[in-house]
Design a protein around this ligand. Sequence first.
Ligand SMILES: NC(=O)c1ccc[n+]([C@@H]2O[C@H](COP(=O)([O-])OP(=O)(O)OC[C@H]3O[C@@H](n4cnc5c(N)ncnc54)[C@H](OP(=O)(O)O)[C@@H]3O)[C@@H](O)[C@H]2O)c1
Length: 321
Amino acid sequence: MKFVEASGVKVSSIGLGTWQFGSREWGYGPEYADRTAVELVHRALELGVNLIDTAEFYGFGKSETVIGKAISGLRDQVYVATKLFPIFPVRSLVVSRAKASTVRLNVDAIDLYQLHWPNPVMPITETVKGLKMLLDDGIIRNVGVSNFSLNQWRSAEIALGKPIISNQVHFSLLTRGPETDLVPFAQANNRIIIAYSPLEQGVLSGKYSSINRPKGMRSARKFFFPTNLDRLRPLLDKLGQIAAGHDVSSAQVALAWLISKPNVVAIPGAATVAQLESNVAAADIDLSKDEIETLDEMSDQFEPVGPGAFLTDLKTFAKRR
Ligand SMILES: NC(=O)c1ccc[n+]([C@@H]2O[C@H](COP(=O)([O-])OP(=O)(O)OC[C@H]3O[C@@H](n4cnc5c(N)ncnc54)[C@H](OP(=O)(O)O)[C@@H]3O)[C@@H](O)[C@H]2O)c1
């Protein structure tokens, strides 16, 4: 396993995302939450992963509870990252909600406490009062943010008066906004970018197509629109070719592309232990400069259609089936 060390923390380049644990929107069912999720955490730790990412919002606390059970007796192997869902994040609520997370997670302290989204109404200066109290009391060890722009990240740091060590953002071969400012900022200032949805929820594995789409929440997401899956074919084919050259899978190349960037770690979710094992092995893949540039170019050429085209799109593809 490779690690990223920054601002005094050391996290595995591949972590484990756990939105799927106990969350109905993924449709994995109770067996997954009760058994597979625990196996995923145990196997991840065995393979050297230390970063486990969750949120109070995932499964309305269920994801944290599952992790709490799974890491019992293994606490020192885990870097626990959770998130506050920022509904009315005043000082007292920030403190009480973090404490509730420690109970579900079965830990004395949370290694990384992240603000899940910026709150458009509540001044960050109010929220950080709670974070400061949590830091002072040792209930959280570090503060992170998620879905923050660079300006919002900097403002939060100024309000906190100390480094906010990470920003967890949507980042993948298809979602490259963070490359413009967040990644350079992290690299220049000893911070970490935690890339979420690094496989675009399965799209980058190459297993989905316009006639084979996942059911449920994901089917309404932009990259799963049938037209977009068709438009993605050249990129997915190239990903497959590069993967074949390394004797690995497309999903692994998509992860290797991300973590080839200094100060970037990825937190793929997994439906099965086999997927997890494959994702972890991506940390050992070294892509050449040419391969990275080719993927960048293919990604630049991809032009997705927006939500407006979705209904027409579905009708067309329904007729075609
Ligand atoms: N901060 C935020 O706002 C935010 C938002 C979203 C996610 N997150 C975090 O980021 C984590 C990861 O993001 P995500 O779960 O949205 O998307 P993701 O990691 O891109 O995709 C996960 C899904 O891809 C498929 N998959 C995983 N590994 C695979 C492999 N090796 N081969 C083929 N398919 C594979 C699985 O679905 P199928 O097999 O069913 O296709 C799996 O459930 C989440 O669990 C969560 O912790 C944070």
